[in-house]
Design a protein around this ligand. Structure first.
Ligand SMILES: *Cc1c(COP(=O)(O)O)cnc(C)c1O
Length: 415
Protein backbone atom coordinates (compact mmCIF):
# COMPACT_ATOMS: atom_id res chain seq x y z
CA UNK A 1 0.00 0.00 0.00
CA UNK A 2 2.84 2.38 0.75
CA UNK A 3 3.88 2.17 -2.91
CA UNK A 4 0.58 3.39 -4.27
CA UNK A 5 0.68 6.93 -5.63
CA UNK A 6 -2.58 8.78 -5.96
CA UNK A 7 -3.33 12.48 -5.70
CA UNK A 8 -2.80 13.92 -2.25
CA UNK A 9 -6.05 15.51 -1.13
CA UNK A 10 -4.70 17.55 1.78
CA UNK A 11 -5.91 21.11 1.81
CA UNK A 12 -5.67 23.79 4.44
CA UNK A 13 -8.28 25.40 6.65
CA UNK A 14 -9.83 27.65 3.98
CA UNK A 15 -9.96 24.83 1.39
CA UNK A 16 -6.97 26.09 -0.60
CA UNK A 17 -4.19 23.56 -1.26
CA UNK A 18 -1.51 23.51 1.41
CA UNK A 19 1.57 25.52 0.51
CA UNK A 20 4.21 22.89 -0.14
CA UNK A 21 7.61 24.31 -0.97
CA UNK A 22 9.44 21.06 -1.74
CA UNK A 23 6.40 19.49 -3.38
CA UNK A 24 6.55 15.90 -2.22
CA UNK A 25 5.31 12.81 -4.00
CA UNK A 26 1.57 12.57 -4.45
CA UNK A 27 -0.04 10.47 -1.80
CA UNK A 28 -3.28 8.98 -0.72
CA UNK A 29 -5.36 11.01 1.69
CA UNK A 30 -4.86 10.81 5.46
CA UNK A 31 -7.95 8.67 6.04
CA UNK A 32 -6.99 6.04 3.48
CA UNK A 33 -3.44 5.98 4.81
CA UNK A 34 -4.70 5.70 8.41
CA UNK A 35 -6.74 2.64 7.56
CA UNK A 36 -4.49 0.84 5.09
CA UNK A 37 -0.90 2.11 4.95
CA UNK A 38 1.86 -0.16 6.15
CA UNK A 39 -0.30 -3.28 6.25
CA UNK A 40 -0.04 -6.36 4.08
CA UNK A 41 -3.07 -6.75 1.81
CA UNK A 42 -3.31 -10.44 2.63
CA UNK A 43 -2.37 -11.41 6.17
CA UNK A 44 -1.61 -14.68 7.98
CA UNK A 45 -4.73 -16.85 8.47
CA UNK A 46 -6.49 -14.55 5.97
CA UNK A 47 -7.32 -12.30 8.91
CA UNK A 48 -8.25 -8.70 8.10
CA UNK A 49 -6.40 -7.44 11.19
CA UNK A 50 -2.76 -7.90 12.07
CA UNK A 51 -2.38 -10.53 14.74
CA UNK A 52 -0.41 -9.76 17.87
CA UNK A 53 2.87 -11.55 17.36
CA UNK A 54 4.15 -12.45 20.82
CA UNK A 55 7.71 -13.60 20.44
CA UNK A 56 10.86 -12.46 22.20
CA UNK A 57 13.04 -14.20 19.64
CA UNK A 58 12.72 -15.58 16.11
CA UNK A 59 13.88 -18.95 14.86
CA UNK A 60 16.14 -19.85 11.96
CA UNK A 61 15.71 -23.02 9.96
CA UNK A 62 19.42 -23.82 9.97
CA UNK A 63 22.85 -22.35 10.48
CA UNK A 64 22.92 -21.58 6.78
CA UNK A 65 19.79 -19.45 7.09
CA UNK A 66 21.49 -17.36 9.84
CA UNK A 67 24.47 -16.83 7.55
CA UNK A 68 22.16 -15.88 4.68
CA UNK A 69 20.35 -13.45 6.94
CA UNK A 70 23.56 -11.79 8.13
CA UNK A 71 24.93 -11.55 4.61
CA UNK A 72 21.82 -10.37 2.79
CA UNK A 73 20.01 -8.86 5.77
CA UNK A 74 16.67 -10.01 4.39
CA UNK A 75 13.62 -8.44 5.89
CA UNK A 76 12.91 -10.78 8.80
CA UNK A 77 12.99 -10.62 12.56
CA UNK A 78 15.94 -11.67 14.68
CA UNK A 79 15.49 -10.76 18.36
CA UNK A 80 12.71 -8.76 20.04
CA UNK A 81 14.84 -5.82 21.10
CA UNK A 82 15.56 -5.01 17.44
CA UNK A 83 11.89 -4.73 16.60
CA UNK A 84 8.80 -6.88 16.09
CA UNK A 85 6.27 -7.29 13.27
CA UNK A 86 3.62 -5.22 15.07
CA UNK A 87 6.06 -2.32 15.43
CA UNK A 88 6.98 -2.53 11.78
CA UNK A 89 3.39 -2.18 10.57
CA UNK A 90 2.93 0.92 12.73
CA UNK A 91 6.25 2.38 11.61
CA UNK A 92 5.25 2.02 7.96
CA UNK A 93 1.83 3.55 8.65
CA UNK A 94 3.30 6.51 10.51
CA UNK A 95 5.98 7.08 7.86
CA UNK A 96 3.25 7.08 5.18
CA UNK A 97 1.10 9.56 7.15
CA UNK A 98 4.03 11.95 7.60
CA UNK A 99 5.26 11.52 4.01
CA UNK A 100 8.58 10.29 5.41
CA UNK A 101 10.87 7.59 4.09
CA UNK A 102 11.16 5.91 7.47
CA UNK A 103 9.85 6.05 11.02
CA UNK A 104 11.16 4.54 14.25
CA UNK A 105 8.75 3.81 17.04
CA UNK A 106 9.66 3.99 20.74
CA UNK A 107 7.96 3.15 24.01
CA UNK A 108 7.14 6.85 24.68
CA UNK A 109 7.61 10.27 23.13
CA UNK A 110 10.48 10.96 25.51
CA UNK A 111 12.18 7.65 24.67
CA UNK A 112 12.04 8.73 21.01
CA UNK A 113 13.74 12.11 21.49
CA UNK A 114 16.33 10.62 23.85
CA UNK A 115 17.03 7.90 21.29
CA UNK A 116 17.45 10.42 18.48
CA UNK A 117 19.65 12.88 20.38
CA UNK A 118 21.85 10.15 21.86
CA UNK A 119 22.45 8.87 18.33
CA UNK A 120 23.14 12.26 16.79
CA UNK A 121 25.02 14.34 19.37
CA UNK A 122 28.53 13.86 20.76
CA UNK A 123 30.71 15.68 23.29
CA UNK A 124 31.49 19.20 22.07
CA UNK A 125 28.33 19.42 19.91
CA UNK A 126 25.71 22.09 20.49
CA UNK A 127 21.93 22.14 20.08
CA UNK A 128 19.64 25.18 19.97
CA UNK A 129 16.02 25.11 21.14
CA UNK A 130 13.13 27.50 20.78
CA UNK A 131 12.26 27.84 24.47
CA UNK A 132 8.59 26.79 24.33
CA UNK A 133 9.68 23.22 23.51
CA UNK A 134 8.28 20.35 25.59
CA UNK A 135 9.82 20.94 29.01
CA UNK A 136 11.14 17.41 29.52
CA UNK A 137 13.04 17.51 26.21
CA UNK A 138 14.73 20.78 27.20
CA UNK A 139 15.39 19.31 30.64
CA UNK A 140 16.95 16.18 29.12
CA UNK A 141 19.37 18.31 27.10
CA UNK A 142 20.15 20.90 29.75
CA UNK A 143 20.57 18.47 32.66
CA UNK A 144 21.66 15.22 31.05
CA UNK A 145 23.17 15.71 27.58
CA UNK A 146 25.33 18.32 29.35
CA UNK A 147 26.86 15.49 31.42
CA UNK A 148 28.11 14.04 28.13
CA UNK A 149 29.55 17.36 26.98
CA UNK A 150 26.69 18.56 24.75
CA UNK A 151 25.85 22.25 25.08
CA UNK A 152 22.18 23.35 24.95
CA UNK A 153 21.16 26.88 24.05
CA UNK A 154 17.62 28.21 24.33
CA UNK A 155 16.27 31.25 22.54
CA UNK A 156 12.87 32.91 22.50
CA UNK A 157 10.33 30.97 20.45
CA UNK A 158 9.95 32.33 16.93
CA UNK A 159 12.97 34.67 17.24
CA UNK A 160 14.92 33.49 14.20
CA UNK A 161 17.57 36.19 14.62
CA UNK A 162 18.29 34.96 18.14
CA UNK A 163 18.40 31.38 16.89
CA UNK A 164 20.80 32.31 14.11
CA UNK A 165 23.00 34.18 16.59
CA UNK A 166 23.09 31.10 18.83
CA UNK A 167 24.33 28.86 15.99
CA UNK A 168 28.08 28.35 15.70
CA UNK A 169 30.40 25.83 14.02
CA UNK A 170 29.72 23.29 16.80
CA UNK A 171 25.94 23.42 16.39
CA UNK A 172 24.49 20.16 15.07
CA UNK A 173 20.76 20.60 15.42
CA UNK A 174 18.03 23.20 15.87
CA UNK A 175 14.79 22.20 17.57
CA UNK A 176 11.29 23.56 17.84
CA UNK A 177 7.83 22.43 18.72
CA UNK A 178 5.03 23.60 16.40
CA UNK A 179 2.44 24.44 17.51
CA UNK A 180 3.89 24.87 20.99
CA UNK A 181 2.31 23.86 24.25
CA UNK A 182 0.60 25.62 25.99
CA UNK A 183 0.90 28.85 23.94
CA UNK A 184 0.11 27.33 20.53
CA UNK A 185 2.80 29.33 18.74
CA UNK A 186 3.18 28.12 15.15
CA UNK A 187 6.68 28.18 13.64
CA UNK A 188 7.34 29.24 10.05
CA UNK A 189 8.77 25.93 8.86
CA UNK A 190 10.12 27.42 5.62
CA UNK A 191 12.18 29.89 7.61
CA UNK A 192 13.23 27.20 10.10
CA UNK A 193 14.48 24.87 7.35
CA UNK A 194 16.21 27.73 5.49
CA UNK A 195 18.10 28.59 8.67
CA UNK A 196 19.18 24.99 9.13
CA UNK A 197 20.30 24.69 5.51
CA UNK A 198 22.21 27.99 5.60
CA UNK A 199 24.26 26.79 8.56
CA UNK A 200 24.32 23.09 7.64
CA UNK A 201 22.63 22.03 10.86
CA UNK A 202 19.88 19.43 11.08
CA UNK A 203 16.31 20.43 11.95
CA UNK A 204 13.93 18.74 14.36
CA UNK A 205 10.25 19.58 14.85
CA UNK A 206 8.06 18.26 17.66
CA UNK A 207 4.80 18.08 15.72
CA UNK A 208 2.82 16.26 18.42
CA UNK A 209 0.16 18.99 18.60
CA UNK A 210 -0.11 19.40 14.83
CA UNK A 211 -0.06 15.73 13.77
CA UNK A 212 0.48 14.84 10.09
CA UNK A 213 -3.24 15.41 9.56
CA UNK A 214 -2.72 19.16 9.99
CA UNK A 215 0.85 19.70 8.80
CA UNK A 216 3.67 17.55 7.45
CA UNK A 217 7.01 19.17 8.29
CA UNK A 218 8.88 16.67 6.07
CA UNK A 219 7.26 18.42 3.07
CA UNK A 220 9.13 21.56 4.09
CA UNK A 221 12.45 19.76 4.29
CA UNK A 222 12.58 19.29 8.07
CA UNK A 223 15.05 16.47 8.80
CA UNK A 224 13.37 14.86 11.81
CA UNK A 225 9.73 14.95 12.88
CA UNK A 226 9.01 13.88 16.41
CA UNK A 227 5.58 12.89 17.76
CA UNK A 228 4.38 11.69 21.10
CA UNK A 229 2.11 8.98 19.69
CA UNK A 230 0.61 8.84 23.18
CA UNK A 231 -1.49 11.84 22.13
CA UNK A 232 -3.52 12.12 18.90
CA UNK A 233 -2.04 9.08 17.15
CA UNK A 234 -2.99 6.56 19.82
CA UNK A 235 -5.93 8.82 20.50
CA UNK A 236 -7.65 6.82 23.23
CA UNK A 237 -5.64 7.70 26.35
CA UNK A 238 -4.74 4.02 26.70
CA UNK A 239 -1.10 3.77 25.60
CA UNK A 240 2.27 5.50 25.44
CA UNK A 241 4.47 5.55 22.36
CA UNK A 242 6.70 7.94 20.44
CA UNK A 243 8.02 8.18 16.90
CA UNK A 244 10.79 9.85 14.94
CA UNK A 245 10.21 10.25 11.17
CA UNK A 246 12.92 11.08 8.66
CA UNK A 247 15.02 9.69 5.82
CA UNK A 248 16.29 6.11 5.88
CA UNK A 249 19.85 7.37 5.73
CA UNK A 250 19.45 9.77 8.66
CA UNK A 251 17.63 7.21 10.77
CA UNK A 252 20.01 4.27 10.24
CA UNK A 253 22.25 5.10 13.21
CA UNK A 254 19.19 5.95 15.30
CA UNK A 255 17.64 2.53 14.69
CA UNK A 256 20.92 0.80 15.52
CA UNK A 257 21.16 2.66 18.81
CA UNK A 258 17.55 1.84 19.63
CA UNK A 259 18.50 -1.84 19.43
CA UNK A 260 21.05 -1.11 22.16
CA UNK A 261 19.00 1.29 24.32
CA UNK A 262 16.07 -1.12 24.20
CA UNK A 263 13.19 1.39 24.43
CA UNK A 264 10.98 -0.73 22.20
CA UNK A 265 7.27 -1.57 22.33
CA UNK A 266 5.41 -4.72 23.21
CA UNK A 267 3.40 -6.22 20.34
CA UNK A 268 0.25 -5.63 22.43
CA UNK A 269 0.99 -1.93 22.66
CA UNK A 270 1.55 -1.74 18.92
CA UNK A 271 -1.70 -3.52 18.23
CA UNK A 272 -3.49 -0.83 20.26
CA UNK A 273 -1.68 1.93 18.38
CA UNK A 274 -2.43 0.38 14.99
CA UNK A 275 -6.08 0.09 15.99
CA UNK A 276 -6.15 3.66 17.29
CA UNK A 277 -4.62 4.92 14.06
CA UNK A 278 -7.44 3.48 11.95
CA UNK A 279 -9.64 6.40 13.00
CA UNK A 280 -6.84 8.95 13.24
CA UNK A 281 -8.01 11.18 10.38
CA UNK A 282 -11.66 10.99 11.42
CA UNK A 283 -10.78 11.92 14.99
CA UNK A 284 -8.57 14.79 13.85
CA UNK A 285 -11.44 16.30 11.86
CA UNK A 286 -13.53 16.37 15.04
CA UNK A 287 -10.65 17.62 17.23
CA UNK A 288 -10.09 20.46 14.75
CA UNK A 289 -13.80 21.27 14.61
CA UNK A 290 -14.28 21.16 18.38
CA UNK A 291 -11.10 23.16 18.99
CA UNK A 292 -12.23 25.94 16.66
CA UNK A 293 -15.78 26.12 18.00
CA UNK A 294 -14.79 26.05 21.65
CA UNK A 295 -12.01 28.62 21.14
CA UNK A 296 -14.54 30.93 19.46
CA UNK A 297 -17.01 30.43 22.32
CA UNK A 298 -14.38 31.13 24.97
CA UNK A 299 -13.10 34.25 23.21
CA UNK A 300 -16.58 35.80 23.38
CA UNK A 301 -17.23 34.87 27.02
CA UNK A 302 -17.00 37.87 29.38
CA UNK A 303 -15.11 35.89 32.05
CA UNK A 304 -12.29 35.05 29.63
CA UNK A 305 -9.35 37.43 29.41
CA UNK A 306 -7.50 35.74 26.56
CA UNK A 307 -7.59 32.62 24.41
CA UNK A 308 -4.51 31.01 22.80
CA UNK A 309 -5.64 29.12 19.69
CA UNK A 310 -4.03 29.51 16.25
CA UNK A 311 -7.41 29.27 14.55
CA UNK A 312 -8.40 32.62 16.10
CA UNK A 313 -7.52 35.84 14.30
CA UNK A 314 -6.35 37.23 17.64
CA UNK A 315 -3.51 34.68 17.86
CA UNK A 316 -0.11 36.03 16.74
CA UNK A 317 0.50 32.85 14.70
CA UNK A 318 -2.89 32.94 12.95
CA UNK A 319 -1.61 33.98 9.54
CA UNK A 320 1.24 31.43 9.30
CA UNK A 321 -1.06 28.77 10.77
CA UNK A 322 -3.72 29.47 8.14
CA UNK A 323 -1.19 29.26 5.35
CA UNK A 324 0.37 26.01 6.46
CA UNK A 325 -2.12 24.00 8.50
CA UNK A 326 -5.21 22.09 7.49
CA UNK A 327 -6.75 22.64 10.92
CA UNK A 328 -5.57 23.80 14.32
CA UNK A 329 -6.10 20.81 16.58
CA UNK A 330 -7.92 20.33 19.84
CA UNK A 331 -5.66 22.07 22.33
CA UNK A 332 -6.83 25.43 23.70
CA UNK A 333 -5.24 27.54 26.42
CA UNK A 334 -7.13 30.40 28.05
CA UNK A 335 -6.88 32.92 30.88
CA UNK A 336 -9.77 33.55 33.29
CA UNK A 337 -10.33 37.28 33.77
CA UNK A 338 -9.36 38.74 37.18
CA UNK A 339 -8.96 35.27 38.71
CA UNK A 340 -6.31 34.11 41.17
CA UNK A 341 -5.11 30.52 41.10
CA UNK A 342 -7.92 29.33 43.38
CA UNK A 343 -10.72 30.95 41.38
CA UNK A 344 -9.12 29.44 38.27
CA UNK A 345 -9.02 26.01 39.93
CA UNK A 346 -12.74 26.45 40.74
CA UNK A 347 -13.51 26.73 37.01
CA UNK A 348 -11.55 23.53 36.32
CA UNK A 349 -13.30 21.74 39.18
CA UNK A 350 -16.75 22.87 38.01
CA UNK A 351 -16.43 21.16 34.62
CA UNK A 352 -18.49 17.98 34.33
CA UNK A 353 -17.41 16.58 30.96
CA UNK A 354 -13.66 17.26 30.61
CA UNK A 355 -11.72 15.20 33.11
CA UNK A 356 -8.88 16.66 35.13
CA UNK A 357 -5.64 15.11 33.90
CA UNK A 358 -2.38 15.89 32.14
CA UNK A 359 -1.96 14.75 28.50
CA UNK A 360 -3.96 15.63 25.40
CA UNK A 361 -5.13 14.30 22.08
CA UNK A 362 -7.44 11.53 23.26
CA UNK A 363 -11.13 11.05 22.57
CA UNK A 364 -11.95 12.23 26.12
CA UNK A 365 -11.68 15.98 26.75
CA UNK A 366 -9.12 16.80 29.44
CA UNK A 367 -8.66 19.99 31.40
CA UNK A 368 -5.90 21.23 33.70
CA UNK A 369 -4.29 24.29 35.24
CA UNK A 370 -0.65 24.31 33.99
CA UNK A 371 0.52 26.07 37.18
CA UNK A 372 -0.73 23.21 39.33
CA UNK A 373 -0.17 20.30 36.96
CA UNK A 374 3.33 21.03 35.66
CA UNK A 375 4.89 24.21 37.06
CA UNK A 376 4.59 24.15 40.88
CA UNK A 377 8.32 23.50 41.21
CA UNK A 378 9.15 26.59 39.10
CA UNK A 379 9.77 29.95 40.80
CA UNK A 380 7.25 32.75 40.08
CA UNK A 381 9.97 34.47 37.99
CA UNK A 382 10.55 31.34 35.92
CA UNK A 383 6.82 30.91 35.40
CA UNK A 384 6.59 34.53 34.27
CA UNK A 385 9.45 33.91 31.84
CA UNK A 386 7.73 30.83 30.39
CA UNK A 387 4.37 32.62 30.27
CA UNK A 388 2.65 30.31 32.76
CA UNK A 389 0.06 32.40 34.59
CA UNK A 390 -1.93 31.58 37.72
CA UNK A 391 -5.20 32.11 35.80
CA UNK A 392 -4.25 29.82 32.89
CA UNK A 393 -6.29 26.76 31.93
CA UNK A 394 -5.40 24.24 29.23
CA UNK A 395 -8.10 22.17 27.64
CA UNK A 396 -7.65 19.28 25.25
CA UNK A 397 -10.90 19.07 23.31
CA UNK A 398 -11.90 15.46 22.78
CA UNK A 399 -14.37 14.19 20.22
CA UNK A 400 -17.53 14.76 22.28
CA UNK A 401 -20.29 16.98 20.84
CA UNK A 402 -19.07 20.57 20.75
CA UNK A 403 -22.49 21.80 21.94
CA UNK A 404 -22.19 19.71 25.09
CA UNK A 405 -18.64 20.86 25.79
CA UNK A 406 -19.64 24.49 25.25
CA UNK A 407 -22.67 24.17 27.53
CA UNK A 408 -20.49 22.58 30.18
CA UNK A 409 -17.79 25.26 29.98
CA UNK A 410 -20.53 27.90 30.11
CA UNK A 411 -21.98 26.51 33.34
CA UNK A 412 -18.46 26.18 34.82
CA UNK A 413 -17.62 29.80 33.98
CA UNK A 414 -21.02 31.17 35.05
CA UNK A 415 -21.05 29.32 38.38
C1 LIG B 1 3.45 14.43 25.70
C2 LIG B 1 4.40 15.19 24.86
C3 LIG B 1 5.72 14.77 24.70
C4 LIG B 1 6.28 13.57 25.42
O1 LIG B 1 5.70 12.38 25.02
P1 LIG B 1 5.46 11.12 26.00
O2 LIG B 1 4.77 10.15 25.13
O3 LIG B 1 4.64 11.59 27.16
O4 LIG B 1 6.82 10.67 26.45
C5 LIG B 1 6.51 15.52 23.86
N1 LIG B 1 6.08 16.62 23.22
C6 LIG B 1 4.82 17.04 23.36
C7 LIG B 1 4.37 18.25 22.64
C8 LIG B 1 3.93 16.35 24.18
O5 LIG B 1 2.67 16.79 24.31
Amino acid sequence: MENVTIVDNQSKADGQPIKKPSSSAFRLGSSTLSVHAGEARQKPNDAITDSICCSSTYTFESTQSILDYIEQKQDREEYGRYGNPNEKVVERKLAALDGAEDAIIYSSGMAAIVGLLMAKLSAGDEIVFFDQCYHRSREFCAKHMSRFGVVTRQVKTGDFDAMEAAINERTKMIVSESPTNPHLTVIDLEQFVALGKAHEVETLIDATLATPFNVRPIDYGVDYVWHSATKYMGGHNDLLAGVICGSKENLESVRKLRGILGGINSPHNMYLLERGLKTFALRMERHNENGQRIAEFLEKHPRIEKVFYPGLESHPSHSIAKQTMKGFGGLITFLVRDADWKQTAAVVDACRIPKIAPSLGGVESLIEQPLVMSYLDYSPEERQRFGIYDNMIRMSCGIEDADDLIADLKQALDS
